[in-house]
Write a protein that binds this ligand. Sequence first.
Ligand SMILES: *Cc1c(COP(=O)(O)O)cnc(C)c1O
Length: 392
Amino acid sequence: MKKSLQRPFPIRTGVSAPVVSPIMPSVVYASESPSALDAQYEGRTQGFTYAREGHPNADMLAERIDAMEGMQGGIVTGSGMAAVAAVLLGLCRAGDHVVGADQLYGRSLRMMAEDLPRLGIETTLADVTDVDAVAAALRPETRLVLIEVVSNPTLRIADLDGIAALCAARGVLLVVDNTFTTPAAIRPAEHGADIVLHSVTKLLSGHSDTTLGWVAAKDPELAQQMRVFAVTTGMTASPFDCWLAERGLATFDLRYARAQDNAQRLASWLSEQAGVTRVLYPTRPDHPEAARAQSLLHGQGCNMVSFEIEGGRDAADAFAKAAEGIAFAPTLGDVGTTLSHPASSSHRALTPAAREKIGITEGFFRVSVGLEDPDALIGTFEDGLDAARSER
Ligand SMILES: *Cc1c(COP(=O)(O)O)cnc(C)c1O
């Protein structure tokens, strides 16, 4: 695909033009006349009417992410979950069935478990590393399959190509949440995804200061259906947040490359430390889907590393306290490294046995690696591990 340079919104101030996109917080846009408004509503001219229906900052951001994913007509929403909802609630009706990965983002799982069934949409979760498990979950009324390429927090790799072929053969829409992997590692539309979505909040925006989502469909009719649903239900993104995200995107490639380098270094360093029982990272040869990770992600491991230490909860507490400077916070994709402990946060609702089954023990941590100096970062992890070892 041809790449083009990023340009700010074409607004002129006299004979010159701004080099940075302006923020346009106007809620209402005035038209010249009723006939001019007709022309606009009928698509003969371009313009805005009311910010919930669309505004320049959302369009600018959508175009940038569209280009990154190699898609068109993307919709910016007020959060990543709004993008998930635009797909699941905007495209499904009572009687439909939805299949989701069993390790989706926690809130997506909750929407599958609680909201869809309440509206008469049945759901089934499946292990998406195994295409046969997904095939077994499909029903004649299955409308869509929702997956993430790399799962959270155990970093398992979905059989994207197998599932795409299955969905195509069965006339089921394949939806990929590409938040973890980002278009720098994979562009799901090129692997058969019909719909791609993001929590822009995470790596794309990248500074933990805006909450936004994006979703695009290859089929313009589906895109329109989601757009109307998003406008009707008020999933609108704030112009200021869109502007911040656009600013963040300007450095996405650089941030991603640095974070991935740091993650690779951290993963290999961790694997050599006493008291570390497991390290999960997609490019490691001991990863359960090492070959698939190589072929899908072309040697990219992304910025997330998970690992397990000995010593249970006491060691985990000691580690988090001693790893000073690393925010113990359940987010990802920030410029700073963040640490999460799934057993006490995202997966606390599961029984210990159910957690064990997917490898989430009391010593299990997920790291979203940031842009710090790599030696300083590893030094901090060393402090954490020292403290954890002295707890045992
Ligand atoms: C964070 C996240 C979401 C939800 O995004 P918000 O912007 O927090 O609403 C969805 N999917 C994945 C994979 C995420 O990490």
